[in-house]
Design a protein around this ligand. Structure first.
Ligand code: SF4
Ligand code: SF4
Length: 70
């Protein structure tokens, strides 16, 4: 199934991916703080709705997101 993987240690918590996803299936973590001190983004797609559109990948300034199209 289509899905994304976010490198949480590289993430700087800018939320651009959260805003960019047309399906609203990326959120900011409420439990994790990475080594840089940022709250990272995380996938929130329990119903597997991701279309692999790559919008999140394209907006991430730190190239933290990998999109898998299957
Ligand atoms: S690939 Fe598209 S649908 Fe999937 S999480 Fe990223 S922005 Fe959302
Ligand atoms: S766009 Fe990249 S750096 Fe910004 S919150 Fe999303 S994954 Fe983190």
């Amino acid at each position: 199934m289509n899905h994304i993987v976010i490198d949480t240690e590289k993430c700087k918590g800018c939320q651009l991916c959260v805003q960019a996803c047309p399906l609203g299936i990326i959120r900011m973590s409420t439990t994790v703080i990475n080594k840089k001190g940022y709250t990272p983004a995380e996938p929130a797609d329990p119903e597997h709705r991701c279309t692999a559109c790559t919008m999140c990948y394209q907006v991430c300034p730190d190239v933290c997101i990998t999109v898998y199209k299957e």
